[in-house]
Each structure stands twice: as structure tokens, then as C-alpha cells.
Design a binder for this molecule. Structure first.
Ligand SMILES: [Zn+2]
Ligand SMILES: [Zn+2]
Length: 153
């Protein structure tokens, strides 16, 4: 099956955006990091290294699987990508900047970022009562997306 990399913006603008993101997280904008990041910019679902490898190959920009794997983890470690467990693999996604929750469709794999419901008032969460200092928080909400719901009706 042939899948193409979805460039909805201009490639130049995407490359510029990718370079900006890399700079923001303190990574050198190498060609490979930019290629990997650009291909995730307009992707609503998360991709595994294997899937990204296939897309880049089909898009005529083959990058070695181990390079993709290393690059994805470097980007995730730097905070430029979020990781999602999928079966025995890890999928990677470029999310919105700033705090957000993930709405994950169990049917099509689509992931949407939504602004968090708002911080809990101090002293109200279990972390607070357990004497735990929260440094970051992540919420994944699983369900069926609007378009899948529409198609099943
Ligand atoms: Zn995210
Ligand atoms: Zn869906």
C-alpha cells in the first residue's frame, strides 16, 4: 500500500517551522531531524519509526530505520514530540505547544490536542495530599472521534 507524506503547507514553510522547533528545544537542526519533524507536522495520528520509515521511502526521501529511531527519540527526549504506546511499539507525534490533553480515537488512531480542563485548585488533588510535587502532567482520553462516530451511524 502506498501512503504519501501529507504536505498541506508549503515544504519551505514546513522546513522553517521544523528548524524553529528544533532551535526551541535546543537541538541542532540537522537535515535528518528536519525531515523527520516535517513529516510529523501535519499528521493527526502518531507514527511509529517503522511507519515513518515507509512514508519517507514512499515520498522519495529514504532515511535509514535506525536513524529514524534515534532521531525520533532525540526529539521526544527534548520535548519536541510526545510518545504514545501502541501494542509493543511506541508511536510519536508532534503536538501543540503548551499544555494540552490528548483525545485518542480507538478506531482510527486520530489524536486531537485540546486545552486542559484547567488546573485543579491547590490542595485538591491526590498528588497534593500524598505530598507529591507535580512537575508535569499528561492526560490521555480514549474514545471514538466524531468522524468515526459519523461513519458508523
Ligand atoms: Zn501531546
Ligand atoms: Zn476516529
Amino acid at each position: 500500500m502506498r501512503t504519501s507524506v501529507n504536505y498541506s503547507g508549503s515544504v519551505d514553510a514546513d522546513t522553517g517551522e521544523a528548524a524553529g522547533v528544533l532551535c526551541q528545544v535546543g537541538l541542532r537542526p540537522t537535515a535528518q531531524r528536519r525531515i523527520v519533524l516535517v513529516s510529523l507536522l501535519h499528521c493527526s495520528s502518531a507514527l511509529t519509526a517503522q511507519e515513518l520509515h515507509g512514508r519517507l521511502r514512499d515520498g522519495g526521501r529514504p532515511v535509514g530505520l535506525s536513524t529514524i529511531y534515534r532521531t525520533l527519540w532525540a526529539l521526544a527526549d527534548a520535548g519536541a514530540l510526545h510518545t504514545f504506546a501502541r501494542m509493543n511499539e511506541v508511536a510519536f507525534r508532534r503536538c501543540a505547544d503548551g499544555p494540552h490533553e490528548h483525545l485518542i480515537c480507538l478506531r482510527c488512531g486520530r489524536i486531537d490536542d485540546v486545552p486542559p480542563a484547567g488546573p485543579a485548585p491547590p490542595g485538591s488533588s491526590r498528588a497534593d495530599t500524598a505530598g507529591f510535587t507535580v512537575q508535569s502532567r499528561r492526560t490521555d482520553v480514549y474514545g471514538i472521534c466524531a468522524s468515526c462516530l459519523c461513519h458508523q451511524a
